[in-house]
Design a protein around this ligand. Structure first.
Ligand code: ADP
Length: 398
């Protein structure tokens, strides 16, 4: 069976088409700048054939029509007939407390997804648009929602309840939910295979470091704590997000700068993080170049970034009463030699001894970057789309 995986954002739709008989990705691409001038669709096929088309794409439905057309196109496509696509799997950012696992989309589920919009007003509406567009275009095709939050739903209450009046949790659902769950779940599964041990016997820390960054303490296969919170803003320093911040500091800034909620939201999510501290860039590659050129604020941003990763490794080893392995993934985790090095430095007391030479190897493969320390250090490229495709295939009974 072929499964189409969609990640619908506010102005883009990313997609991948999988052949589930061999878990193979046949084609992947993105429609960008939806609703703006100069929309583009770019696609790459498994055989390396690439195509880029420009045109006007006004909404998500049109974007998905273009995606289907290119996947079926005799010149650029990979599918002969639309009926070969058996289901669509959607990434949905927030499942609240309602969704504790992936689910087949029904009218009741759609109603519940709308209720979750309040929790993720920036992300869930776009995810819902993608689902509605697919329903209009292919009304009989089963669709599945796979949630970023679901993997974290078994956290203990003392890890997810904030120190606010409890009534606010009950009234508004204000608690830690965590995100990137599909990625944490995928790399934890792969790490168990690499360690040749059952997942339900080991203690892992998974570090997803991309534009957004989060870590999870995965104890016997269960996420027992994670750095992102009620929103993706909490925890690690990110490209443009603050990560951990004293809430009273934000109130002070709001009052001194006389800004409103919208501006404060932009400040902590779009103008902070690596970009805010360095003043140079939100992109780790550019931060690394600036550090090489002796830019002190870029060095400060890099140091804060790595210090927080290291601090949470210690915290999560304590949360789990031990540690068998740490996994790095995401664009930064998979590629940045210096971030891994600085984040691991001095952690020998936890039995975590990374190897500088192995760490410096550039590779797209999963690999150990230690020479057999008590707690193993691993780099595992993430594959969230494959998890979505697998969950979808399972739920539609393929
Ligand atoms: P997203 O969270 O949007 O999926 P990615 O996982 O692609 O993002 O991660 C993007 C980040 O990865 C950027 O900060 C980018 O600079 C960083 N990155 C990608 N390649 C490298 C590299 N070779 N060295 C250092 N950082 C890298």
């Amino acid at each position: 069976m072929l499964i189409l995986v969609l990640n619908s954002g506010s102005s883009s739709v990313k997609y991948r088409l999988f052949d589930m008989t061999e878990d193979k990705c046949l084609a992947w691409g993105i429609v960008d700048r939806i609703g703006a001038r100069g929309s583009v669709l770019t696609q790459e096929r498994h055989d390396g054939h690439k195509v880029k088309l420009a045109g006007e794409i006004i909404d998500h439905q049109q974007a998905i029509e273009y995606i289907l057309a290119i996947l079926l196109s005799p010149n650029h496509g990979v599918v002969k007939d639309r009926s070969l696509i058996g289901a669509v799997g959607h990434r949905v950012v927030h499942g609240g407390e309602k969704f504790t696992g992936s689910t087949l989309i029904t009218p009741e589920v759609m109603a519940q997804l709308h209720e979750c919009i309040e929790l993720a007003p920036l992300h869930n509406p776009a995810n819902i648009k993608g689902i509605q567009a697919c329903h209009s275009l292919m009304p009989n095709l089963p669709q599945v929602a796979v949630f970023d939050t679901a993997f974290h739903h078994k956290m203990p209450d003392y890890a997810y309840i904030y120190g606010l009046p409890y009534v606010l949790y009950k009234k508004y659902g204000v608690r830690r939910y965590g995100f990137h769950g599909t990625s944490h779940r995928y790399v934890a599964d792969r790490a168990a295979l690499m360690l040749n041990r059952p997942l339900n016997e080991i203690k892992l820390i998974t570090c997803h470091l991309g534009n957004g960054c989060s870590m999870a303490a995965v104890d016997k296969g269960v996420s027992v704590d994670t750095t992102m919170g009620f929103t993706p803003t909490e925890g690690l320093l990110m490209g443009t997000r603050t990560g951990d911040l004293d809430p009273a500091a934000l109130l002070h800034i709001i009052s001194r700068e006389e800004i409103g909620v919208g501006e404060a939201n932009s400040l902590i999510n779009k103008h902070s993080g690596l970009l805010g501290v360095s003043g140079a860039s939100n992109d780790m590659r550019e931060i690394e170049s600036e550090v090489a050129a002796n830019n002190p604020r870029a060095l400060l941003a890099l140091n804060i970034f790595c210090y927080r990763v290291k601090k949470y490794i210690g915290a999560y080893a304590a949360a789990m009463n031990g540690l068998d392995g740490v996994v790095f993934t995401g664009g930064i985790g998979e590629n940045s030699v210096i971030v891994r090095q600085k984040s691991f430095e001095g952690l020998g007391f936890l039995g975590l001894e990374f190897d500088a030479e192995l760490n410096a190897v550039k590779s797209k493969e999963e690999r150990f970057i230690d020479r057999g320390s008590k707690a193993r250090a691993m780099v595992i490229p993430t594959n969230e789309e494959l998890v979505i495709a697998r969950d979808t295939a399972e739920l539609v009974g393929a």
